[in-house]
Design a protein around this ligand. Structure first.
Ligand code: GLU
Length: 462
């Protein structure tokens, strides 16, 4: 049984890079009919907040990345970590170390001065035949993991290939602080073990933790999972993705009017490919995704491509669904959405022309507000010679069948009578009805409004 996990630290929002990690972990589990575990790594109490936990849960829910187990909270598992530490002390895999932080600093200073790599000198590390110093009174010890001193720790990373680190390079990791609280790397190990994780898929900022974690897992007699370290995501400009680049929080994409399926499709292609396929559903992605074809080099964000995908999914989306997404955006702007004009119908006409839900809301808004035509725009588009045609159109409205083809025929009739070209009448109609010179086909736009509203808006010009 394949088991993956997503293990965010709740210290801010769900970052777009974190969402990609979650997506890959989720899809890999789905591909193998396995299980996907959500674990909240909240042991950094100074930085973890309930709001940040909520932001992660909201982001996962919005994307539809449902977990099969969890969320587990590390802060609720302290007793378990302490139990494992006691066992490791009893088995000789861990030991008390009374070197104080000040002594450690001095030690490191001295090593640096000699041009050596700073590291703990092993004073309190028990060895066969070694007599340990007497614990100093009044010093609270930390607990260190007894890391092997020779050989290498190696793994075949599913993205980066084989990685080997000499044990001599690593010193004995502190697994519990002076106050007895377990440290981050240790909690991850116990969790991955207890949660029977088979594949650890995570950002490559954790690659340095892996050899330490593998050594502890081995000391515990635990199965070592397989690791896939994903390369980082760079911004559009090739720099490390940060707040400077605008939206980095998943929920900001929601705010900015992206559809979750567009964001997911986009994220799937960040560092992974399946031939030339660019547009695919999550069902298709899960069928394909098997941790092969992940590029070890950094992936670069491309906002234009995301926008293109979003426009694509907007076109495909059901009008009623889009209306339900646009309506709250209009309400936030204090726009009262009435039955007529129908929001669904407006959306049906405009969704082909926009790249996000906010643009759709912009387009829809003018149908519901009191519109004062922009005098300048009107002067620009309403030529004096078009006024009689406009008057004819207004007169004709009263009797015309209220549907786009009949309205279109009326417009043609009015311009025909006065020997005008189409834009001479179509443009002022657009400006008067929507305040904009660019709209979809003018007969369809007219038909969206109730007849009386068209008369009211056109009356402004005569
Ligand atoms: N909590 C870590 C983070 O948010 C992830 C740890 C892991 O995946 O092993 O970066």
């Amino acid at each position: 049984m394949i088991r993956t996990r997503f293990a965010p630290s709740p210290t801010g929002f769900l970052h777009i890079g974190g969402a990609r990690t979650a997506l890959f972990s989720w899809a890999f589990a789905r591909h193998h009919q396995g299980q996907f575990v959500l674990r909240i790594e909240d042991t950094d109490v100074a930085r973890s907040t309930p709001a940040a936990v909520q932001a992660i849960l909201d982001g996962m829910e919005w994307l539809g990345l449902a977990h099969d187990e969890g969320p587990f909270y590390q802060m609720q598992r302290m007793d378990r970590y302490k139990e494992v530490i006691r066992q490791m002390l009893a088995d000789g895999h861990a030991y008390y170390c009374y070197t104080t932080p000040e002594e450690l600093d001095a030690m490191r200073e001295e090593q640096r001065a000699k041009g050596l790599k700073p590291r703990y000198d092993g004073t309190w590390r028990p060895e066969p035949g070694k007599t340990l110093p007497t614990p100093p009174a009044g010093v609270l010890p930390v607990i260190r993991f007894k890391n092997p001193t020779d050989g290498v720790v190696a793994w075949d990373d599913l993205v980066k290939g084989r990685i080997e680190i000499a044990n001599a390079e690593m010193d004995d990791l502190i697994i519990a602080r002076q106050d007895g609280t377990p440290t981050y790397n240790f909690c991850v190990v116990v969790d991955d073990w207890d949660m029977k994780i088979t594949h650890v898929i995570r950002g490559d900022d954790h690659v340095n933790n892996t050899p330490r974690q593998i050594n502890i897992l081995k000391a515990l007699g635990a199965d070592v999972p397989l690791y896939a370290h994903l390369s980082m995501i760079l911004g559009d400009d090739g720099q490390k993705l940060s707040k400077r680049h605008g939206a980095v929080s998943v929920m900001q994409y929601h705010e900015d009017g992206y559809l979750p399926e567009a964001v997911l499709n986009y994220l799937a292609r960040l560092g992974w490919s399946h031939g030339d396929d660019e547009v695919f559903s999550m069902e298709q992605f899960c069928a394909w995704f098997d941790l092969d074809h992940i590029t070890p080099s950094a992936a670069q964000f491309n906002t234009e491509k995301l926008n293109w995908l979003n426009a694509h999914y907007l076109k495909l989306a059901d009008n009623a669904r889009l209306a339900a997404l646009v309506k709250p955006r209009l309400e936030t702007r204090r726009v009262v959405v009435t039955e007529t004009p129908s929001l669904e119908a407006i959306i049906g006409l405009y969704k082909e022309r926009v790249t996000n839900l906010n643009e759709l809301a912009d387009a829809a808004e003018v149908f519901y507000i009191e519109l004062t035509p922009n005098a300048e725009l009107l002067a620009q588009h309403l030529a004096p010679e078009a006024k009689p045609a406009l008057a004819d159109f207004i007169a004709g409205i009263k009797d015309v069948a209220w549907e786009a083809p009949a309205i279109g025929a009326l417009i043609k009739q009015c311009i025909g009578t006065h020997g005008l070209k189409m834009p001479k009448l179509a443009m002022p109609l657009r400006v008067l009805l929507t305040g904009q010179a660019q709209t979809p086909s003018v007969d369809a736009v007219v038909a969206l409004f109730p007849r009386e509203q068209v008369l009211k808006r056109l009356a402004a010009a005569v």
